[in-house]
Every structure is written in C-alpha cells, then in structure tokens.
Design a protein around this ligand. Structure first.
Ligand SMILES: Nc1ncnc2c1ncn2[C@@H]1O[C@H](COP(=O)(O)OP(=O)(O)OP(=O)(O)O)[C@@H](O)[C@H]1O
Ligand SMILES: [Mg+2]
Length: 363
C-alpha cells in the first residue's frame, strides 16, 4: 500500500454503503472497501492484486471507461454494468458505476471506482424523495401549529369567563364544548411541536428496559385478550440515546399494533411479538454501520390498509377512527434523532415494524 491509501483512508472507505475500489488503469485492484468485499463474497486479501475487469460480465466498457478517465478525456465516467459471480454463485448484479481520477504516485494512473446496486440506488432515491416530502410537511405543520397555539390560551380563558357569567345551563354547555375542543387542539399542537423541544439526551441505556416499559404500559391499557411475547437477545450491548424518546417511539408502534388487533382481542388470540437482535452491516440513511440494534414489533392483525401503505409515516395520515395520524411521524422523528430508521412490512395476519438503531461506537 502507498501513503495515498493508508489505514485512515481505508477506514473512511469502509464506512461507505457504496461499493468502492481503487484500481490501476491496467485493471489491477489496489484496494476494496468492506461493502465491495461483502458483495463479491471475497476477502480483500484475495481481491487486492486481482484483475478488476474480471469482476464484470462485460469487461470492455469498464476498460474503456478507466482509460478515458486516466487519459483525462473526461473527468468522470458513468456507466451501467453487471457484477459477475462464479457460475455456481448468485446471478449477475446490475450496478451503477462511477469512475473518477485518484492520486497516484506510481508510473500508472489510478482511478476510483464507485458502484451502487441499481435497485438499491432506485430505492435510495425513492426514500430520499419520500423523506424530503415528509420533512416539508412536518415543517409546514410545525409553522401552522405555532400559529394555532398562540390564540388557544385566550379562547380557553374567554370561554371560562363566559361560563362563570353564564345564566343558563345551555350557555355553560356550549362553553364546555369550547373548552373541551380547545384542550383537544392544544394536545394536538403540543404533539406536533414536541419532538423539536430540546436536543435528545445522550445517556447509556439498555434497549430491553425500553421494551419492558412499553410492554407494561400497553398491557395496562389492553388488559384482556392481548399477549405480548418477548424474544430478546440478552447479549445486546447498551446504547447511547434518549430513553424517554425511545420509549415514546416504541410505544407508538406497539399501541398501533394493539389497536389494530381489536377484533382478535375480542376473540382472545391477539398476539404481539417484541423481538431484539443485533444487525450487522446495516445501511441506515445512506450510511453503513457495522452494528445496529434491531427491534421488531410483529402483530397478527389485519395489516396496514392498502391505500395507506406508502403514506403511514406522513403526518395526519390515519386509518383509525379517532386517530390523529401523528404516532408514526413522531416515532420516526425520534428514531431519526438517534441516526436510525423504521421500516414496515405488512400482509394480513402478519405486520412487522422494524426499528434499526446504530450502535454509536461501531461505525
Ligand atoms: N400494526 C398496524 N396494523 C395495521 N395498521 C397499522 C399498524 N400500525 C399503523 N397502522 C396504520 O397506520 C396509521 C397511522 O398510524 P399513526 O400511529 O401514525 O396514527 P394513528 O394511530 O392513526 O393516530 P395517533 O397515533 O396519532 O393516535 C394508523 O391509523 C393505521 O391505519
Ligand atoms: Mg398511532
């Protein structure tokens, strides 16, 4: 290895979710990152020194792209290609390739080859677009919530004064309605503004304490006909984070599951499973993490309504009578504040929400 890719550079490349290699213009591979090692199912020792053109189903376009960049005909070259595996291995993997120049202190030019799985790239773009949209909605709602919050106190106070003066029972019934509705709006507005009040705490916590607290709260609310099974990996390491916010996030998800199970609760066979596991090499928000904590919340309810599937994380989207559609938005905000994500996979009879939280010291 030359000074150009010392251990610090290697470590930086290893953190990336994209597949990266440094390749000499004649095709000899000088360095690969962990993501590429995992994708090609070969160790970096074996890959370093091998001919990178042979990784591809069609080597010629790669050879030409490298040459063009090395000759400085173009600054970067982008192309679609397919990674090729051993005949007995997985089928070819379509990738989007970007080739750009890298510093070289040897006689031959070196290029940086970055690859993203075509499907993954499309998924990332879709996710990014959805997240941008949700962010814009949230911002709009926060602004609106601020505007609504200010006059609420005044309306409530005035209604209370009216109630004191009210001569007839009829009037005080009206003022009660006003006060009740103002309180409902106040709760909604507070929930909209809550996740942005103050930075999240950073304390050492055990995820099972969070799970147990949530389990107890939900069992207290749904006292009969609901079973919450635990399937914990007791060896999980502690996490640095905000205990209260993580409890709130998980509580919103488990409560949704319990609410979706109303019919089965009546029959007595409603079941939620709370599962914890370690996740390796998780890509969260475009960043690769060596280790993450995974929490699955599984229920045997009817599943997320089809029409809502793509939108459940958006604010004010609800399929439940009396639901405000903020539970999952809040949960997602809290989990994102920890660098994590929430995913959902739902078919009738089995709905799974998965929280992935990176372990801070494992990047
Ligand atoms: N486990 C689940 N099974 C079926 N549907 C679900 C599940 N979890 C969420 N949903 C659907 O997603 C919608 C949005 O959930 P969210 O928690 O954001 O809002 P809500 O529960 O309607 O209201 P809030 O949580 O603010 O009181 C729910 O109304 C429900 O239709
Ligand atoms: Mg909810």
């Amino acid at each position: 290895m030359t000074a150009a890719f010392d251990s610090r550079t290697q470590e930086a490349y290893d953190r990336l979710a994209t597949l990266v290699a440094l390749v000499r213009v004649d095709g000899i591979c000088l360095m690969v990152n962990t993501a590429l090692e995992n994708t090609l199912h070969q160790s970096r020792r074996k890959l370093t020194g091998s001919n990178a053109f042979e990784w591809f189903a069609e080597p010629t376009p790669m050879r030409e792209a490298l040459q063009r960049v090395a000759d400085q005909t173009v600054m970067t070259s982008r192309l679609q290609a397919s990674l090729h595996f051993h005949p007995s291995g997985p089928s070819d993997l379509p990738v989007h390739v970007c080739v750009s120049p890298a510093p070289s202190d040897g006689p031959l030019p070196i290029v940086l080859v970055e690859m993203t799985e075509t499907e993954q790239q499309a998924r990332l773009e879709r996710e990014e677009h959805a997240n941008d949209l949700i962010e814009a909605h949230k911002q709009l709602l926060r602004n609106l919530a601020h505007e609504i919050k200010n006059p609420l106190g005044g309306i409530r106070g005035a209604a209370q004064l009216l109630a004191l003066d009210a001569a007839s029972r009829e009037v005080s019934e009206y003022t009660d309605v006003v006060i009740h509705e103002v309180d409902r709006l106040q709760t909604l507005v507070d929930r909209l503004l809550a996740p942005h009040q103050g930075a999240p705490a950073r304390a050492r916590l055990n995820i099972h304490e969070v799970c147990e607290r949530v389990r107890m709260l939900v069992l207290a609310e749904f006292a009969r006909g609901l079973q919450i099974q635990r399937d914990y990996d007791a060896s999980l390491p502690d996490l640095i984070g905000d205990r209260e916010r993580l409890i709130q996030a998980l509580l919103n998800i488990v409560r949704n599951a319990a609410q979706a199970l109303s019919q089965r609760i009546a029959q007595g066979d409603a079941r939620i499973v709370l599962r914890t596991r370690i996740a390796r090499q998780a890509t969260l928000g475009g960043r690769r993490h060596r280790l993450a904590i995974q929490i699955d919340v599984e229920d045997n309810g009817p599943g997320v309504p089809h029409a809502l599937r793509e939108r459940i994380f958006q604010p004010l989207v609800s399929g439940r009578a009396g639901g405000s559609g903020l539970g999952l938005t809040l949960a997602q905000t809290y989990v994102q504040q920890h660098g994590g994500i929430i995913e959902c996979d739902s078919v009738p009879g089995q709905t799974r929400f998965t929280l992935l939280l990176p372990l801070a010291d494992s990047r």
